[in-house]
Design a protein around this ligand. Structure first.
Ligand SMILES: [Zn+2]
Length: 211
């Protein structure tokens, strides 16, 4: 069923306020989208260069399958719109959320040689869709950052095909992407991953350094 644009905008504004209060979208970083209609694909997405804690309805745009603006809102959609479209095509996802937190940035660099961050044994893992036990092993792939969004979107598509079970990925020294069946689930996934990445990062920092 199609989601009304005004309703979608109101929900994205609230998410911006919530994530900003946690310091996950400082500067004008991060971007959020939600599917308005599947066929043909239409997304509501945050405008480029906006403070996510201070979004208004005029900061939310409607875009089509080719990532170009098709609505009445003035301005350019997020530069990373193509990544949102790629995720929606690769997963049964109706919402995509992206943060630039300190911990996701640090962990994306620390584990780049391993190709991703593996997290296991935490109760909070059960907040991920379909996960029922803390024994679940979640692998969060890390992709090199890139300013060429066409090329990066292709790599996102390939990564999500290679890792059909992953709930998120990291862009190196950049941030976290996750998604959900709806905005509430995507928001929960951001909160779970931010918790797990910060906890894992702090645990590493507490360990004595090898001599
Ligand atoms: Zn970004």
């Amino acid at each position: 069923m199609a989601l009304a644009f005004a309703d979608a905008a109101a929900r994205l504004i609230k998410i911006g306020q919530r994530f900003d209060s946690r310091g996950w979208v400082l500067g004008t970083s991060g971007n959020f989208s939600v599917v308005l209609d599947e066929e043909p694909l239409r997304l509501a997405i945050t405008r480029s260069g906006t403070q996510k804690g201070e979004l208004t309805a005029s900061d939310i745009l409607e875009v089509g399958d080719d990532a170009s603006s098709i609505g009445t809102t003035v301005g350019s959609p997020s530069a990373e719109t193509r990544l949102h479209v790629a995720i929606v095509h690769a997963r049964p996802a109706a919402a995509v959320l992206h943060t630039h937190s300190i911990w996701s940035t640090q962990m994306s660099d620390r584990f780049v040689r391993q190709g991703g961050v593996a997290i296991q044994g935490y109760e909070m893992l059960k907040g991920l869709s379909g996960v029922t036990t803390h024994e679940h092993r979640e692998f969060i792939p890390i992709l090199e950052n890139d300013q060429d969004m066409v090329r990066l979107a292709e790599r996102v598509t390939v990564t999500l095909q290679e890792r059909p079970d992953c709930h998120a990925f990291l862009l190196r020294r950049h941030g976290l992407y996750t998604w959900g069946d709806d905005l509430a689930q995507a928001r929960r996934h951001i909160e779970i991953f931010e918790f797990l990445l910060e906890t894992s990062g702090r645990m590493l920092a507490m360990e004595p350094r090898a001599k």
